[in-house]
Design a protein around this ligand. Sequence first.
Ligand code: DAH
Length: 339
Amino acid sequence: MLDKINALREEISALTAKDGAEVETLRIKYLSKKGVIPALFNDFRTVPAESKRAIGVALNELKEMATEKINTLRETADSAGNSEEHPDLTRSAAAVRLGTRHPLSLVREEIIDIFRRLGFTVAEGPEIEDDWHVFSSLNFAEDHPARDMQDTFFIQRSPDVLLRTHTSSVQSRVMENSKPPIRIICPGRVFRNEAISARAHCFFHQVEALYVDENVSFADLRQTLLYFAREMFGPDTQIRLRPSYFPFTEPSAEMDISCNLCGGKGCSFCKGTGWVEILGCGMVDPNVLDACGIDSKRYTGFALGMGIERITNLKYQVKDLRMFSENDTRFLEEFTSAK
Ligand code: DAH
């Protein structure tokens, strides 16, 4: 019996197993109720009394040693099993959630694209400005209400540092630094001290266009506007110009387009008039040309400015301006299929 026990000790200490299933087979073979070791315990009854003590000790050691061996084999099989668990390389890739472009970016790019086809190039200027570029060079009178703190965010007074209230400031910067012909389009963010509501915000976006050369006329302005309106809102769009006033243009006008919702018949969006206002424009005031170092006797120019939010509202009927800056993904995802 002792020989048998010793042989088993050797046999068991040399055991190996590839995985958990093999360990289990070994456990059943040696340690389960009908296994080899319990069978020896059964035989123990037949052992002569004088050998019982020695064989009992050996048997117990064998059982202990076998149990330990099986446990170690199981532990190594488990951890090896984990590291062998390769990722399934045939599985399809996890879906990447694509973001969407912001509606204001979509519309800004569309506006730029239309003017680019007319030979305009993009120019940019700073959002933090001085009085000269935002007001004085643009022919704003000393006491013009736009200079009031109620309309303008000032960072510092005298010398004034302020957040630009319109992108017309880029006009004067470009005119100061370049010679005609000038044909630029200036998209950007502007700031006004307004209470935030569905219809007004303290920051919004504008696009300014400026064309300065010899013999630029109001007819050029009108044709540019018509081209823009039809490219943006469709070939049947009509435009109309209403006389207006801006310090930096003379004459000045506001442009309406035929309501793109009702086609000009009159609806709640255009308040029954069939027309909606979309931008301001005019011939660059000679004072502005001179202030920016351009000879107003030789050159003329036209300028126009529009709010990107306004154009976006017309295109997509966004009812509340605040939606544009709240970053609600449900709103933004509505533009997934917009180009
Ligand atoms: N700067 C004007 C505004 O913020 C918009 C504007 C009107 C720009 C007429 C122009 C223009 O260039 O000619 O309301």
